[in-house]
Design a protein around this ligand. Structure first.
Ligand code: NDP
Ligand code: 8X3
Length: 266
């Protein structure tokens, strides 16, 4: 692995579990400096300790709820303090991983719940916009930086019960494309990393704590792990500055499409 990430600042939202936590450990192993956000600070503290043990030059945590502009703004006041903006030692933010998000429910539109729809759009779409708006001043002027948005195969394919989540991840994909156009010429790179089935807390959250229903999602097939996805994130971020991975779809070998998943019966 190159040492392109050593000492670089990497900010990860949704770092308290799943992809975000694995990303903190993986960027940590590259010697990066980490700014980690999510709502569960106790979990973030644990992840930061793991990232430091893996080799992170620094790992700092702060609460953020991406559904709230005020929360995102106060998170960035904290982040700017650590980056020491406006001082002689000011350091740019090199990588922003917009990962916070997820799904709630799998109800058909006819039975859909407003609060689920609103949360999915607030986190996956508006949260990503809020965080990106706040991060951009810390990234502009530093070519080679990367905004890495976590999308999903749900942004490419439709499935029953996925109306709001598929819409949200299609929205993420379009926002990524818009940013790619808006930032062309700044040297900043923008990527949508779009995973298929990965066993994290995603399904537990989607099914509101129903562990048995969550377990069944991956029954008989081998899903991606959070580490598989984090490894892809590090690869994308450590390409040379003139290389932008615009979109990357990563799926389990057992998943050919959202509707075709090979499951072993024994
Ligand atoms: P997890 O549920 O394990 O992680 C989700 C993370 O998002 C948690 O750290 C959670 O932290 C954070 N989060 C959720 N809501 C908010 C909020 N309002 N403000 C701040 N942070 C928030 O799932 P994954 O790791 O799988 O999911 C990460 C991303 O990957 C999501 O965007 C998801 O949609 C996407 N994805 C997941 C796939 C999968 O199969 N697992 C496949 C494709 C994409 P906290 O609760 O502490 O705030
Ligand atoms: C998570 C993968 O297929 O449940 O984004 O939408 S899927």
């Amino acid at each position: 692995m190159s040492n392109r990430l050593r000492g670089r600042w990497v900010l990860i939202t949704g770092a308290s579990s799943g992809f975000g936590a694995a990303a903190a450990r993986a960027f940590g192993a590259e010697g990066a400096r980490l700014l980690l956000g999510a709502r569960r600070v106790d979990r973030l503290e644990r992840v930061a300790a793991e990232a430091r043990a893996a080799g992170a030059a620094e790992a700092h945590v702060h609460a953020v709820d991406v559904t709230s502009t005020a929360s995102v703004e106060s998170f960035f006041v904290w982040a700017r303090g650590l980056l020491r903006t406006g001082t002689a030692e000011a350091a740019p933010l090199h990588v922003l991983v917009n990962n916070a998000g997820g799904a709630l429910g799998l109800d058909p539109v006819a039975q859909g719940r407003d609060e689920d729809w609103e949360t999915m759009l607030q986190t996956n779409v508006l949260g990503l916009l809020r965080v990106t708006r706040a991060a951009l001043p810390l990234m502009l002027g530093n070519p080679g930086g990367l905004i890495l948005n976590v999308g999903s195969v749900a942004g490419h394919e439709a499935y029953e019960g996925g109306a709001a989540y598929c819409a949200a991840k299609a929205g993420e994909r379009q926002i990524t494309r818009v940013l790619r156009l808006e930032l062309c010429g700044t040297g900043l790179r923008v990527c949508s990393l779009d995973p298929g089935m990965a066993e994290t807390e995603f399904s537990l959250v989607r099914f509101k704590g129903d562990a048995e229903r969550a377990r069944k999602v991956y029954e008989g097939m081998q899903p991606l792990t959070a580490e598989d996805v984090a490894e892809a994130m590090v690869w994308i971020a450590s390409r040379p500055p003139h290389v932008c991975v615009d979109e990357l779809v990563i799926k389990p070998t057992d998943q050919a499409s959202v509707h075709k998943v090979h499951r072993r019966t024994h």
